[in-house]
Design a protein around this ligand. Structure first.
Ligand SMILES: Nc1ncnc2c1ncn2[C@@H]1O[C@H](COP(=O)(O)OP(=O)(O)OP(=O)(O)O)[C@@H](O)[C@H]1O
Ligand SMILES: [Mg+2]
Length: 162
């Protein structure tokens, strides 16, 4: 049956500690939307199982499974007529294209929000957040993890910016 309601999925992405979760929380409150954050799901589902020697491959396969399950629920939320704010990591350009396609195939609108800040500002924010454990803290980000994420993140190109 064709959808008669078209909701918006706000898709938040950017490098580590750019301010994504801060924006997502503000936005969800503003639009009365439902927020899904990959870090919260990863922490709730897999924190207990994390191997001591953390591998990017171990993390990324679980991120992909969480993304699929989040989308399954988010699609139901959209179908009820409520907007969603999705903070799914979306490190790679292909991740961004994939979620956009899912949103549009379900008959809704995808709006990207790219959040960025200077790398030194972000390094300092991570250290501070680890110590303070404020509203957007999910788990400690070590300097090693920060640098690994920097290597994984694909910066948006001019053509990708909407
Ligand atoms: N505009 C800002 N000015 C100053 N500090 C900020 C700003 N935005 C966020 N912060 C702070 O910087 C830290 C990182 O912000 P936040 O947790 O929102 O980033 P993030 O992009 O979600 O990070 P991660 O990639 O690790 O999930 C937090 O402690 C937050 O309070
Ligand atoms: Mg965050």
């Amino acid at each position: 049956m064709p959808h008669t309601h078209h909701q918006t999925a706000h898709l938040i992405y950017g490098p580590t500690a750019a301010g994504k979760s801060t924006l997502a929380q503000q936005m969800a409150a503003q639009i009365n939307g439902v927020r899904f954050a990959i870090d919260e799901w990863m922490h709730a589902m897999f924190a207990e199982d994390m191997p001591d020697a953390l591998e990017m491959r171990w993390v990324m396969s679980r991120v992909a499974r969480c993304q699929d399950q989040i989308w399954s629920v988010a699609a139901q939320v959209l179908a009820t007529g409520t907007d969603v704010v999705l903070e799914l990591g979306l490190l790679r350009k292909s991740d961004r294209a994939a979620i956009k396609a899912r949103v549009e195939q379900a008959g809704h609108k995808a709006v990207f929000h790219f959040v960025d800040a200077d790398v030194e500002v972000r390094r300092a924010r991570v250290l501070r957040r680890n110590a303070e454990r404020g509203a957007t803290y999910s788990f400690d980000i070590t300097p090693t993890m920060f640098e690994a994420m920097e290597r994984c993140f694909e910066w948006p190109t001019a053509e990708e910016a909407l």
